[in-house]
Design a protein around this ligand. Structure first.
Ligand SMILES: *[C@@H]1O[C@H](CO)[C@@H](O)[C@H](O)[C@H]1NC(C)=O
Ligand SMILES: *[C@@H]1O[C@H](CO)[C@@H](O)[C@H](O)[C@H]1NC(C)=O
Ligand SMILES: *[C@@H]1O[C@H](CO)[C@@H](O)[C@H](O)[C@H]1NC(C)=O
Ligand SMILES: *[C@@H]1O[C@H](CO)[C@@H](O)[C@H](O)[C@H]1NC(C)=O
Ligand SMILES: *[C@@H]1O[C@H](CO)[C@@H](O)[C@H](O)[C@H]1NC(C)=O
Ligand SMILES: *[C@@H]1O[C@H](CO)[C@@H](O)[C@H](O)[C@H]1NC(C)=O
Ligand SMILES: *[C@@H]1O[C@H](CO)[C@@H](O)[C@H](O)[C@H]1NC(C)=O
Ligand SMILES: *[C@@H]1O[C@H](CO)[C@@H](O)[C@H](O)[C@H]1NC(C)=O
Length: 464
């Protein structure tokens, strides 16, 4: 009985239509419209709470007061009392026409009165669309709308040097601005609208480009992962809103803006299509590299390069690999040898190569050695150089010749050779203390020899 009374309170007799149809009191309330997303939200009137079998909202979008689009939202009994919403895709910018949306509820062949929302609300200046990301090269149209009773004074661009801007007065209450976006914005630019009363409002936009990455090249260093590189194109002047995201083979790349992405993969000896996807708010781009990565091995630097044997005229070098899988690869290595004055490069190859011999060296000489390697078959590129190591060859004991000097001058042949090397590599024979001493000693010895010879001759003559 109580329910019946309540249900009766849902309706009130219509006085206009003679057919006695009731007007539903349960209808929408607190209707809000988001201009940017075109999202309409509303609640049910409290009187709807007595409805046990759900109701239907009928919606209508009007452009220039003509119905353009219809919709329906069915509210299940459990949803009565909650917030409902309806969204449509915008037809707005093209004609800057007046937009309204209206809705009413329906229950038992009864309807509530239409509730209408027209853009803009009283007291508002509305510039649409707002917060757009637009592509350079496109043409954009913005509308400024003010409610009846107000009128627009001017509409202009702020912080965008568009060369081709036209403003059109559609009515006292509606103006449009069309701009050909022929350049990238540094930051947000604005479309400003001012009323005759001096009130101002605007809409921001940013112009940019879709991704333009190019030249994807992939390789492997350890045969268990891929490293891909590419040219990031116009990314340098990137606005936060234009952030690009990258995916390599469908998995996201953390720092793709650097133009490099690595990923663990199972490699097999087959041509594969490696794909990088770059996405930003203006578009999506796929670039490809078709390759068999077992033929694109970029070797890491040889580790722990050291001399295993040092002889006067040759050195045996050894090193190790930090990558296990190199032990199956035929590797060619370049050994770079420098004595401070001249450089030589020699090549050695072998499966899993970890050693090399350097020949034709000078005894007691300082050398700086480094090694880099590449694959012998399917050479892709040289790997990284190892760290440089200093190695000194052993003294070559041509004892007969040097021991005399060593003894007489009381210097080791090592010191002698070292001094000589220093003098040669600096290209100036400077007299450092020990060489100076050597020269003085030699002169003194020479003088003694000459004096002795003169004495001998004189003595001989005296006898004769
Ligand atoms: C909805 O509207 C009713 C009356 O019109 C008001 O009392 C209530 O506070 C409004 N609710 C919200 C969330 O605005
Ligand atoms: C609603 O009206 C239609 C015809 O307009 C009628 O066929 C239907 O039975 C009515 N439904 C109710 C619940 O009154
Ligand atoms: C300006 O825009 C109009 C229409 O969009 C176009 O026809 C015209 O060529 C443009 N002028 C310049 C200088 O870009
Ligand atoms: C770009 O605009 C935003 C908001 O308008 C501002 O916070 C930021 O500092 C601007 N950046 C530059 C580089 O001007
Ligand atoms: C790689 O794949 C893309 C799309 O899947 C295709 O368009 C492209 O032609 C492929 N490239 C090669 C060389 O197979
Ligand atoms: C390296 O030098 C040692 C002794 O000086 C000599 O016995 C050996 O044959 C040399 N090795 C090579 C590969 O020249
Ligand atoms: C390794 O590569 C070299 C140079 O290409 C070649 O001469 C040699 O036969 C290869 N060795 C093996 C075991 O494949
Ligand atoms: C040779 O030089 C060393 C120091 O360099 C010194 O101790 C030694 O006494 C010297 N010998 C002679 C024979 O002068």
């Amino acid at each position: 009985m109580i329910t019946w009374l309540l249900l009766f309170s849902l309706f009130r007799q219509s006085t206009q239509d003679g057919q006695g149809e009731g007007v539903l009191r349960c209808g929408p309330q607190n209707v809000t419209l988001d201009y940017d997303s075109f999202l309409l939200k509303w609640e049910d009137d409290p009187s709807c709470s007595v409805i046990r079998d759900g109701l239907v909202y009928e919606l209508q979008l009007l452009i220039a007061d003509k119905p353009e689009h219809n919709g329906e939202v069915v509210v299940a009994p459990a949803q009565i009392g909650s917030t409902h919403s309806w969204k449509w895709t915008s037809h707005l910018p093209s004609q800057c026409a007046r937009h309204s949306v209206r809705l009413r509820s329906q229950y038992n062949n009864q309807s509530s009165p239409w509730m209408q929302k027209t853009l803009p609300d009283q007291g508002e200046i509305l510039v649409l669309p707002r917060d757009q990301i637009l592509e350079v090269g496109s043409t954009a149209t913005f509308c400024c709308m003010v409610p009846d009773g107000e009128s627009i004074k001017t509409m202009f661009l702020y912080d965008y040097k568009g060369t081709n801007v036209t403003t059109t007065k559609i009515s006292e209450h509606v103006h449009s601005l069309t701009v050909h976006l022929d350049q990238e914005s540094e930051n947000y630019s604005d479309v400003i609208c001012e009323t005759t009363k001096g009130d101002i409002n605007g809409a921001s936009f940013h112009t940019s480009y879709p991704p333009d990455d190019s030249d994807l090249k992939c390789e492997t260093r350890d045969l268990e992962s891929i490293d891909c590189f590419w040219n990031v194109g116009r990314a340098a002047n990137e606005h936060p809103a234009m952030e690009r995201t990258y995916q390599l083979q469908g998995s996201s790349c953390i720092n793709g803006r650097s133009g490099k992405c690595s990923q663990k993969v199972k490699l097999d000896a087959a041509e594969r299509n490696w794909t990088l996807t770059a996405t930003n708010r203006l578009g999506k781009l796929e670039i490809h590299d078709n390759a068999d990565l077992t033929k694109r091995v970029h070797l890491v630097a040889p580790d722990k390069v050291a001399a295993s044997t040092v002889n006067p005229r040759n050195i045996s070098l050894k090193w190790s690999w930090t990558v296990q899988k190199y032990s199956n690869l035929n590797i060619t290595c370049q050994v770079h040898v420098s004595d401070g004055n001249s450089n030589t490069k020699t090549e050695n190859f072998g499966v899993g190569l970890t050693a090399a011999v350097i020949k034709d060296l000078i005894p007691h000489w300082n050398y700086v050695v480094r090694v880099r390697c590449g694959t012998s078959q399917h050479f892709w590129k040289w790997g990284d150089w190892s760290k440089s190591v200093k190695i000194c060859t052993k003294g070559d004991v041509a004892l007969g010749a040097t021991s005399l000097i060593e003894k007489n001058l009381n210097i080791s042949s090592y010191t002698f050779m070292k001094n000589a090397q220093t003098a040669v590599s600096s290209n100036t024979v400077t007299l450092n203390p020990s060489t100076y001493l050597t020269v003085l000693t030699l002169i003194a010895l020479g003088a003694v020899f000459i004096i002795l010879s003169i004495c001998t001759i004189l003595c001989y003559r005296h006898r004769v």
